[in-house]
Design a protein around this ligand. Sequence first.
Ligand code: NAD
Ligand code: WQD
Length: 357
Amino acid sequence: EARKAGAGASVLVTGGAGYIGTHTVLRLLEKGYAVAVVDNFHNSVPEALDRVRLIAGPALSARLVFIPGDLKSKDDMEKVFAAKRYDAVIHFAGLKAVGESVAHPQMYYENNVAGTMNLYAAMTKYGCNKIVFSSSATVYGQPEKTPCVEDSKLSALNPYGTTKLVLENYFRQVQAADPELRVILLRYFNPIGAHRSGDIGEDPRGIPNNLLPYIQQVAVGRRPELNVYGDDYPTRDGTAIRDYIHVVDLADGHIAALEKLFATPDIGCVAYNLGTGCGTTVLEVVKAFEEASGKKIPIKICPRRPGDCTEVYASTEKAKKELGWSARFGIEDMCRDQWNWARKNPYGYSGDADEKN
Ligand code: NAD
Ligand code: WQD
């Protein structure tokens, strides 16, 4: 494989113990990067990084270090950058539960917004000038038209979404004042699935908010049925349409973004969608999962969930053209790998049924 710009460089991954983080850390190691993860395990467990080491093997794992730390602490961020030089940062650390953000907006601003400000302050102080930031399709609000294109008008529907919108604007503004800074904002659509091995995957605490973790828990017998939120949307089967993307494709999108940052000194601050460009309904997901798992997923039709939109899917042209990246996996692959993870880890990383239900 040709050596790409940046390969061999050292990358700090915030939130690297989380769902998307673990998959991306693994890819970085496989591509020859040296990786440091900073995480406070607010929504993850040390076992997740042990699993990454297991998949990567001893040689690549020697290039992975873990630093306990909290982005809310200026001091923690200073110490991270004072101890070692990083060529770039991939910034996943954040809280992401929409409902929780409505109940606890202060917590979301402190963690996501203030945390990111602490991170950037330490980066600039120690001369690190490249960052990939986890944004979200949530910044399209209720899209006026689909597919969502990057230069659409942005809006937020809840405090979580507002933190992403604020941080996108923050990065545009600090970059404008600091031309050396190179920023890529990645707007993820709906990441699902797991690494092919089934050894890493999404392991939410408590009752899952998102569709696939919920379906997965029904499939392994932890919950009796899936609540389908609305079957009266103006879509082909009445259920809402989203752009589900395999988490391994997403991880590859981060490698492409990083390579772009290394190769493009004058990139400024640019946003890219990471989606497949394909819309799938809730009932189509259920069917694909049933086929992948051989399990029946009982459903109950419920009222629409407040704040949900009819149809959200990505325009993928910009990422294809400028990053040379596009998704490779379809919904069948995503459900197959999600089920493999579920089957091998029905109670997640801890394996403990009592702790989880
Ligand atoms: P996750 O919760 O699995 O991972 C986030 C990680 O960040 C966790 O390991 C958590 O412990 C850590 N973290 C949170 N706050 C921290 C802090 N203050 N200091 C140190 N570590 C901290 O979530 P994920 O699904 O992997 O999402 C990663 C990022 O992508 C988030 O910023 C999220 O908002 C964004 N995103 C996720 C989705 C999605 O559906 N999963 C969609 C769009 C955007
Ligand atoms: C998908 C579809 C539900 C659960 C959220 C955030 C977004 C982004 C991704 C971070 C919807 C339906 C769900 C259930 C259901 N995250 N559903 N029963 O809402 O598209 O996006 O995660 O940035 O910001 O808002 O994802 O997985 O919650 O829902 O019928 O038990 O499944 O109504 O149509 P969503 P989701």
